[in-house]
Design a binder for this molecule. Structure first.
Ligand SMILES: Cc1cc2nc3c(=O)[nH]c(=O)nc-3n(C[C@H](O)[C@H](O)[C@H](O)COP(=O)(O)OP(=O)(O)OC[C@H]3O[C@@H](n4cnc5c(N)ncnc54)[C@H](O)[C@@H]3O)c2cc1C
Length: 386
């Protein structure tokens, strides 16, 4: 379906981004998958190409481009010619804005130019061994000591956890208040900050996911993001954009799977005809085409709303819920249409199937998305239960 949201500038940017991914990502994906993480150099190269932190104001080394459509193009070309696990956008647009919007002047001057160049890779650390969906249930503590804050605790499943050089860390600052959470930037080399191993995963093999440990990590005041007692509201604010990013990735991933499968079923023959000639295959492809087109249109509309500052948490949740469910549906059908080949690691669709499974879990699970949407339509469990 022709998409109406892009103009000539976007298309030129897409061509350049595609060429970049074909040259700097695609040839390395297999190696990255084997080693369980991408090389840091790809961030430096993406920085040189101007693909990182595009929103960062010029005074901090960026291009000052807030239009999310450019990021959407980076996402789509990364998924098509790189890999779903290459988390450039998590660095640029999921974590970067915490520093841009909530960071001190000193922090912005020091970190943002390195975010744009890819020298410092960013991550965000909310999840803990005992709290994932229930972000307000985190136990990591930050205690004020003079002007500094001292953090103790541990985090898990942190993306860019091995390659990352700076992490936005959520820690409890008010012990007896559920939402009494602060956000702090912990950087490589701070005493008491350690990372664990790169966690073995079912999919997303090009992406390093790690545990992080904090033992009396002293954080200076310039590394505190916003009001240290109101970080929970910062998280809620930025989570809408996180969900839009996920939705863009998921539907792009589904589209790539569809294209690969189309090629396969036209080429592969059974009973004297291409697999694509069977009514079952044609109907499955038709159903997938419809789901992808309808969802992409909704996601594109959310992108435009986000550009206007009008994307609500509920709409972002709807986009993420629908795109991740469509992605899973499409992956399963595409593996089936590939037959045995779909189960073999040498076929890309087999990795895409396992990569996709996380989409209904991270960045807020499908169940949490439904909670947000239900609350938005007035069905708030807490209020209804009295
Ligand atoms: C590959 C990967 C990368 C990740 N990257 C990051 C990262 O960079 N930073 C970060 O902070 N976290 C990250 N996460 C963590 C991720 O966000 C959490 O795994 C996710 O939020 C779910 O939390 P949980 O694993 O604790 O599951 P739980 O919260 O224990 O949930 C278990 C199940 O219960 C369901 N459930 C929970 N609460 C409810 C409810 N109220 N109603 C109905 N069902 C419910 C869930 O939907 C889920 O199905 C990552 C996870 C993965 C797998």
């Amino acid at each position: 379906m022709h998409r109406l949201i892009f103009d000539e500038d976007h298309e030129m940017f897409r061509d350049a981004t595609r060429r970049f991914m074909q040259a700097e990502a695609e040839p390395h994906v297999e190696k990255w998958r084997e080693q369980g993480q991408c090389d840091k150099e790809v961030f430096l190269k993406a920085g040189e190409q101007g693909l990182l932190g595009m929103w960062v104001p010029e005074e901090y080394g960026g291009a000052g481009i807030g239009d999310f459509r450019f990021e959407q193009i980076v996402i789509e070309e990364t998924v098509r010619h790189g890999d779903l696990g290459l988390f450039l956008t998590l660095h640029s647009r999921l974590v970067g804005p915490y520093i841009g919007e909530l960071g001190s002047e000193t922090l912005k001057k020091r970190l943002l130019p390195k975010v744009v160049s890819g020298e410092t890779i960013l991550g965000i650390a909310m999840t803990e061994p005992g709290a994932g969906s229930d972000v307000a249930g985190i136990k990591s503590r930050a205690v004020r000591d003079g002007d500094d804050w001292v953090i103790n605790g541990s985090k898990t499943y942190i993306s860019n956890g091995i390659n990352g050089g700076a992490f936005v860390v959520a820690a409890r600052t008010v012990p007896d208040k559920r939402h009494g959470i602060g956000l702090f930037v912990v950087e490589d080399g701070m005493q008491g900050f350690q990372r664990g191993r790169n966690l073995a995963k079912m999919g997303l093999k090009t992406q390093d996911t790690a545990e992080l440990f904090f033992e009396d990590v002293r954080v200076p005041p310039e590394n505190v993001l916003g009001d240290p007692e109101k970080g929970f509201y910062g998280l809620m604010h930025f989570l809408a954009e996180e969900r839009l990013i996920s939705a863009c990735q998921e539907i792009a991933h589904a589209q790539v799977a569809f294209d690969l499968t189309m090629e396969y079923i036209l080429d592969r023959k059974a009973f004297g005809k291409p697999i694509g000639a069977f009514q079952n295959s044609r109907f499955k492809m038709a159903a997938m085409r419809t789901e992808i087109d309808v969802t992409q249109t909704f996601v594109d509309q959310c992108v435009l709303l986000h550009n206007e500052g009008k994307l609500s948490a509920e709409l972002a949740a709807e986009a993420k819920l629908k795109a991740s469910e469509v992605e899973s549906f499409v992956m399963d059908e595409c593996v089936q249409l590939h037959g045995g080949a779909g189960y073999m690691s040498e076929y890309r669709i087999s990795h895409m199937f396992t990569d996709a499974r996380v989409s209904r879990i991270y960045a807020g699970s499908s169940e949490i998305m439904k909670e947000i949407i239900a609350r938005g339509i007035g069905l708030d469990e807490r209020k209804l239960s009295g």
